[in-house]
Design a protein around this ligand. Structure first.
Ligand SMILES: [Zn+2]
Length: 117
């Protein structure tokens, strides 16, 4: 792969990583061990108002699903960054063929080629 494109993709991955981590930090706490596992903070209950508690619980559940999606994406991004370091980036994890540059540009953390995904 063209090293200039690779550099651009690496930069994009780094930026995505930073913005996802920032977003996660706004409502979740990262485990120290193992790293990469995030836990959504449970909202504080302000009083005994049942309706308010139900709202907070709904909010918590919503954040949990966001946390899960962000965590998965972050994992893929970290994996891709590691592959760049090991010179294994851009290969399909299933068939081993090179992943289309256009696909990587749109989705730099892609693990599979268009045919295998
Ligand atoms: Zn493939």
């Amino acid at each position: 792969m063209n090293s200039e494109i690779l550099k651009k993709l690496e930069k994009k991955l780094q930026q995505q990583k930073e913005s996802i981590e920032k977003e996660l930090k706004s409502f979740a706490k990262e485990d120290v061990k193992p790293r990469g596992d995030w836990n959504t903070r449970y909202p504080k209950f302000n009083g005994g108002d049942l309706e308010e508690e139900a709202d907070e619980f709904q909010e918590y559940e919503k954040l949990l699903s966001i946390e899960h999606a962000l965590e998965l994406k972050l994992r893929d991004i970290n994996l891709a960054l590691e592959k760049i370091k090991k010179n294994k980036y851009g290969k399909c994890g299933k068939c081993g063929k090179s992943i289309d540059i256009a696909r990587l540009k749109a989705c730099p953390e892609a693990k599979l080629c268009t045919k295998c995904k």
